[in-house]
Structures are given as C-alpha cells and as structure tokens.
Design a protein around this ligand. Structure first.
Ligand code: TRP
Length: 334
C-alpha cells in the first residue's frame, strides 16, 4: 500500500447472482477508485452464511464473484482482494466488538427489522450480528473510506458508533473512524415489472431483475417486457411519480452510457417506447458483452483465482493482525 493514499474498503456478499444494480452501485466504480486509494476489496462469504444456502453454490459463487471483480477491472497488483473467511481475524475481532455493541441498536437496524416483518423462518443470531461483522471487516484495516450503496449506510453508521465507543472507552485512537462514501448510482435501479420497488437479486420473479451474467437475449426480452405506462401519445421523459417504468429505464440507460437524463429525453423525444427499449438493450449489450467475455476468461482459470485468494489473504492478514494484537493488548488479553 502507498503511504500517501488513504485506505478504502468495499465488499460484496457472494450470494446468488449479481445484478446490474450491484454493478452500477459497486463494481463499476472499483476500477476507478483503486487509482486514488489503497483499495481493499473483500468477498464477504461469512455474511452469506446468515442465509440458508447450499455449500456447492457458495463455493462456486465465491469464484464467480472474484472473476467478476477482475472482469470489472479490479487489479490484484494495485488492490488487496481477499475472501473474508480466509482471514480469521475477522471473526476474532467480531467477538470482541460484540461486547461493545448493544442489543437495542442492533434490533433497530431497518434491514434486520424488515427480515423480522417478512415472517422469515430462519431468523438466526447471525442476521442480528451482521453489522458487527461488518464492523470487523472495516475496522481491522484502519479504513478511511467505506464505499457502499445507500442500503448499507445505516450499518456503516453503526460501525462508526461502535468504533467511537471503543476508542473513547480506552481513551486512545485504536480504530480509525471511517467516512462513508456513498455510491449514488445503482441504488436507484428499480424492478422492471414493479418499478416502485428496488431491483433485487432475491426477487422471486426473475423477470424483474437483470443479472450481470445473464444471456443477452434474455436481457433483451426482459427489457421488452418492462412495465411502461399508457400515456397518450407515448412520451419519453423522467417523472418518477407519474412514469416510474420509463423513468427507471432512463436511469439505467443513463448509468450505462454516461449520458444525462436530459440528453436522453432529447434524443428519444420522437421515438416510441419500443424503439427506446431497443436502443437501451443495445447500450446494455455493449457493456455487458464486454464484461461477460472478460469474466469467462478469468472464471476458466481456477488455479489463477486460487492464487489471488491465497495471496490476498496473506496481504490482508498482515494489516488485520496488527489491529487485532493492539485490541487484545488494550483489553488485557495479552
Ligand atoms: N453487508 C454488505 C452487503 O450486503 C457487504 C459487506 C460486508 C460490506 N462487509 C462489508 C460492505 C464491509 C462494506 C464494508 O452489501
């Protein structure tokens, strides 16, 4: 890591298939920010254990996620890429931080509350503890900036509280207090058929979601079927209240091409919804095809991927170990 650069950390859970929302909100920015920061990218596999899963799928998903990181331009020579469960310090610090986190503040997390309300069966303690494990991920590396989407903002705010509480308790700056870097893009990508709900990888109806590794023809079909509206005559402009479907498609178009919404409204002022959707499909295909080609190249070479994981874990551990040793010392455990 370079001395004059601050440390940035981000992570994705290797759960299920990543969507264009994950791409825009996280992955597409990682390549850019790794020039400016000492970047650390984690594959948060222990977080994935909070939901019931199948071991074969998880094993495969870890490799898939890593290959996607690489396809998006994350460079193991510039950044540290590692798998969370390979660096044991994460669970060790997690235990300590549990003792500095309050039951009340964890049960107040909206993500946890929404899982309770959903009436889901397997409400395990891991789901409650989840943000404290995030705290270990972040604090072990003396992270200056955490790059997350809006849905994780509350969790990182809790991490900041835990870190301040710990530092104040021991009257010393054991943990760097991280700042939140919110990625604006991606968090605004809505479902294709229900454009007032967020596009999510866990949506049961797969027609709502565009996956990064999906066949291009299937993506085209989904876009064709995406909900629009019945305004007469059909007009393409952004108004989320009145036209959530078209507004969502405009957002996706803009995120994938870098054109502003105003530019797109202008460009398509005389077009039908169908023509607009075809142009959007073309724009998406260009980016996604390139990404998929690169992804499949990396994904084929499991021995290369394994080397990255092994090497990344040993780089990460060097930093994690130092922080954990300091924590053990101040607690009187050493
Ligand atoms: N919980 C995050 C998510 O589901 C992933 C994550 C795990 C994370 N550890 C992190 C994000 C640390 C930022 C920092 O999106």
């Amino acid at each position: 890591m370079e001395k004059n650069k601050s440390i940035l950390l981000s992570a994705i859970q290797p759960t299920g298939c990543l969507t264009i929302g994950n791409y825009l909100g996280a992955l597409s920015q990682w390549n850019k920010v790794q020039k400016e920061y000492n970047s650390i990218y984690c594959i948060a596999d222990l977080h994935s254990v909070t939901v019931q899963h199948n071991n074969k799928d998880l094993r495969k998903n870890i490799f898939d996620t890593l290959a996607l990181y690489l396809a998006c331009g994350v460079d193991p020579k510039k950044s540290i890429i590692f798998v969370q469960s390979h660096v044991y310090e994460h669970t060790q610090l997690n235990w300590i931080l549990n003792c500095y986190s309050y039951f009340g503040e964890l049960t107040r997390m909206t993500q946890f509350k929404s899982k309770l309300i959903d009436g889901r069966k397997n409400i395990n303690i891991g789901l409650l503890n989840y943000p404290v494990l995030m705290a270990s991920d972040i604090l072990l590396y003396q992270t200056n900036h955490v790059l997350v989407g809006i849905d994780q903002k509350q969790h990182v705010e809790l991490v900041i509280n835990i870190a301040n509480r710990f530092n104040n308790f021991y009257k010393s700056k054991i943990f760097t207090i991280p700042a939140i870097l919110l990625s604006q893009q991606g968090s605004k990508i809505m479902s294709l058929l229900e454009p007032t709900k967020k596009m999510s990888k866990s949506n049961i109806n797969k027609k709502n979601t565009i996956f990064l590794l999906e066949e291009i023809n299937s993506i085209r079909k989904k876009i064709k079927m995406a909900v629009t509206d019945s305004e007469e005559p059909a007009r393409i402009y952004y108004n989320f209240e009145k036209k959530p479907g078209i507004s969502n498609l405009l957002t996706i178009f803009s995120c994938f091409t870098g054109k502003t919404i105003a530019e797109l409204e202008n460009e398509f002022s005389k077009n039908s919804y169908l023509e607009f959707k075809e142009a959007l499909s073309d724009a998406l295909s260009t980016v996604i095809c390139r990404l998929q080609r690169s992804y499949f190249e990396y994904r084929e070479d499991e021995s290369y991927l394994t080397r990255i994981i092994v090497n990344g874990a040993s780089q990460a551990r060097e930093y994690a170990k130092k922080t954990l040793e300091t924590v053990y010392y101040v607690l009187g455990l050493r």
